[in-house]
Design a protein around this ligand. Structure first.
Ligand SMILES: C[S@@+](CC[C@H](N)C(=O)[O-])C[C@H]1O[C@@H](n2cnc3c(N)ncnc32)[C@H](O)[C@@H]1O
Length: 237
């Protein structure tokens, strides 16, 4: 049987290389990561294109979901068979399109971001995808927008400002269906959660608080996975 591999991660531009090196220096074994990516599902062409354009044209491309995490989000979304997905932190839409792969026929995703400059790239790629009619883009502060999105939610992806993770979690919780899933990204925060936080580092303090809260919350079943920058899965009991 001929194995079909995607183009190597090296095809991306210099900035991508630099970011991978940065991840490696933060403790993530680059060879393991590449091997895992190359032995997971083939990444849809539209996501390869979006990744490339993000690295070439958008500020802070390191914020984009990577290929392995994207395949993982797609798998989870397929398992949950979500009707309503809420994403907090769209950026260029990579995780939106990955999560959309798991929809039911009537499914929809609400995705929220406050950065107006990202609207152009989000709209172009959502339109180009086969999910355009199922994606509802919201521009604004997540905390304001969330009040307008009716429940029940089946799947929530939290991936925005770290200081508000607990606020977002508590805000969406009452609208979650039993058995639904909240996924929270960047919970290892480049490994900074492993040591005592600098009192001025509000992001690390917030993430550490959030992780502790989830671990102690009896309303959920939680597992923190050291996937990329850390991803926590919390199932609503
Ligand atoms: C890490 S990026 C999201 C990455 C995206 N989920 C992906 O995987 O490709 C975080 C995004 O959250 C947005 N953001 C930060 N604070 C926000 C807020 N208070 N309300 C809405 N969006 C916010 C930023 O503009 C940024 O695009």
């Amino acid at each position: 049987m001929v194995m079909q591999f995607q183009p190597s991660l090296n095809v991306l531009n210099m900035q991508y290389q630099k970011n991978n090196t940065q991840l490696a220096s933060e403790g993530i074994n680059q060879d393991w990561f590449t091997y895992a990516t190359e032995h997971s599902d083939i990444v849809p062409e539209i996501l390869i294109e979006l990744e490339k354009e993000t690295y070439q044209k958008v500020l802070q491309p390191r914020m984009i979901c990577d290929r392995l995490q994207g395949r993982f989000l797609s798998l989870i979304s397929n398992l949950v068979k979500a009707n309503t997905i809420v994403e907090i932190g769209t950026y260029t839409g990579y995780s939106t399109l990955s999560l959309a792969e798991g929809f039911t026929d009537n499914g929809k995703i609400h995705t929220i971001d406050c950065n107006e400059e990202l609207v152009n790239i989000q709209e172009r790629f959502f339109k180009k995808s086969k999910y355009s009619h199922k994606i509802k883009r919201h521009l604004g502060k997540a905390i304001d927008v969330l009040t307008k999105i009716e429940g029940p939610y089946d799947l929530v992806f939290i991936d925005a400002d770290k200081e508000n993770y607990i606020v977002y979690f508590e805000n969406v919780f009452p609208k979650m269906r039993k058995g639904g899933l909240i996924i929270s990204d960047n919970v290892m925060w480049s490994g900074k959660v492993l040591s005592e936080a600098n009192p001025k580092d509000s992001k690390t303090i917030a993430i550490k608080r959030f992780n502790k809260k989830l671990m102690m919350d009896h309303r959920i079943q939680t597992t923190l996975l050291p996937l990329r920058d850390g991803l926590t899965l919390s199932r609503i009991l």
